[in-house]
Design a protein around this ligand. Structure first.
Ligand SMILES: [Zn+2]
Length: 289
């Protein structure tokens, strides 16, 4: 854990996007940086006292002449009886998609208030996977790379290498990534990996359906889609190590950009909650899988 108060960032921003929930994502790049420190301060505060939440800032990397940290949180749910279920939740790999980042912060606060939602789980949470992109409000990292096309290709991007190390060492049973699609007017998702993934994503999209419309188009983002679910994928996206068997479930959730911030956050939070509930049921019925 990092000594409290130690922040490598030098620029202080008084107002962040979190102060103005109706602000949409900024394009072209922000002229002033978003503050990761301000974003995460509430979580770090919680982690000091919480019996469940641990903040871990040991994963550092260099960008330009600055040192950055890949923010990592662990949330250890109350005992579910068996071996804890290891799930990784990732947001903000595209720096201009703050919806997922803010939603994950909200989700962690919700877990702190209601730890039983994470009963039986050991959750690894990565709210800002692309710190320089988040600061700058750009899809790419400051080195000019789309980090979500760099996985498992011997990438020299330090963020990708750190995230790959997490994906290897944690051997997740499930991986969830949060994204925003500014070309869609509905919520949808990608389902990869384990066969059971479809039994998790469908209830998640149903839960979201109470808050946001589903993208029902037959082709989304160039991919064949059915009921808002895509089975295909881009090369090089954040995923389990290629040779890992059995494959974990892998879900990518995509929110449309237009709805109000609170609605997008609530949609992501509802989806995440549903995935945990449904997977816990699955594990209970199939303990040997
Ligand atoms: Zn994205």
């Amino acid at each position: 854990m990092r000594p409290s108060g130690r922040r490598p960032r030098k620029i202080k921003i008084i107002m962040t996007i979190a102060d103005n929930p109706y602000q949409t994502i900024a394009k072209p790049p922000l002229t002033r940086r978003r503050s990761i420190a301000a974003l995460l301060a509430p979580l770090d505060q919680i982690a000091i006292q919480s019996p469940n939440l641990v903040a871990n800032y040991e994963a550092r990397f260099e960008a330009g002449n600055e040192t950055y940290e890949l923010p990592r949180y662990l949330f250890v749910g109350p005992k579910g009886g068996d071996t804890p279920i290891r799930i990784g939740i990732f947001a903000g790999i595209h720096g201009d998609e703050p919806e997922g980042t803010h939603a994950l912060v909200q989700f962690i606060k919700l877990l702190e208030a209601k730890p039983e939602l994470a009963a039986g789980y050991y959750l690894s949470l990565y709210p800002v996977c692309n710190p320089t992109g988040f600061e700058d409000g750009t899809r790419f990292s400051r080195s000019g790379k789309d980090l979500n096309r760099e996985f498992w290709k011997n990438s020299d991007q330090p963020e990708v290498r750190l995230l790959q190390a997490e994906l290897i060492s944690r051997s997740f049973q499930g991986i969830v990534s949060l994204h925003t699609d500014d070309t869609s007017s509905g919520f949808y998702g990608f389902a990869h990996g384990a066969t059971l993934t479809k039994h998790l994503i469908e209830p998640a999209l149903q839960a979201v359906g109470k808050l946001l419309p589903r993208d029902e188009r037959p082709v989304i983002d160039g991919f064949h889609a059915r009921n808002g679910i895509i089975r295909d994928s881009y090369d090089g996206i954040l995923s389990a190590p290629p040779k890992v068997r059995p494959r974990p479930f892998e879900i990518i959730l995509e929110t449309p950009v237009a709805p109000p911030e609170y609605q997008k956050q609530a949609a992501f939070v509802a989806a995440l909650q549903t995935i945990l509930t449904e997977y816990r049921k699955f594990i209970a019925y199939a303990p040997n899988l």
